[in-house]
Design a protein around this ligand. Sequence first.
Ligand code: DLZ
Length: 154
Amino acid sequence: MATIGVVDTTFARFNMGKAAIDEIQQNISAKIIRRTVPGIKDLPVAAKKLIEEEGCDIVMALGMPGRKEQDKICAHEASTGIIQAQLMTNTHIIEVFVHEDEAKDENELVFLMDQRSREHALNVVKMLCRPEKMIKEAGTGQRQGFEDVGPARM
Ligand SMILES: Cc1nc2c(=O)[nH]c(=O)nc-2n(C[C@H](O)[C@H](O)[C@H](O)CO)c1C
């Protein structure tokens, strides 16, 4: 049985880990190990520990960069750390960030955080258990959260 790590943050304004886990459990039987950290800059080491100490085959790192300039810098630093953790462990860590200012209001923010968490959870399921389904979707303009944009046409 696959082991999937899920790490999210208390800074986020929606329970992204819960949504991701619910979606995984609706689709496959997997061992899920969850952690929650204060903020996105704490995600890389939490994900690395899930891989190295808990044997996770893949990890979801979910968080919400805020709307301030320092939050955007923080998001860039967190992303860099997540990429580094992937390279250090040779394991995918799927970054699921919803920037607070992507949404026009709180309703849309909740929708987007739930939907993106769930759609990336489905990506994780496919990457782990049904890689041929990912290949089928290559170049199809998938987006997680808002509508897919579809392939470009001549
Ligand atoms: C400025 C800032 N912005 C965010 C953010 O937009 N989103 C988030 O999840 N966390 C933020 N944090 C907190 C850091 O990620 C981290 O939790 C603290 O620096 C403690 O290590 C900080 C410090």
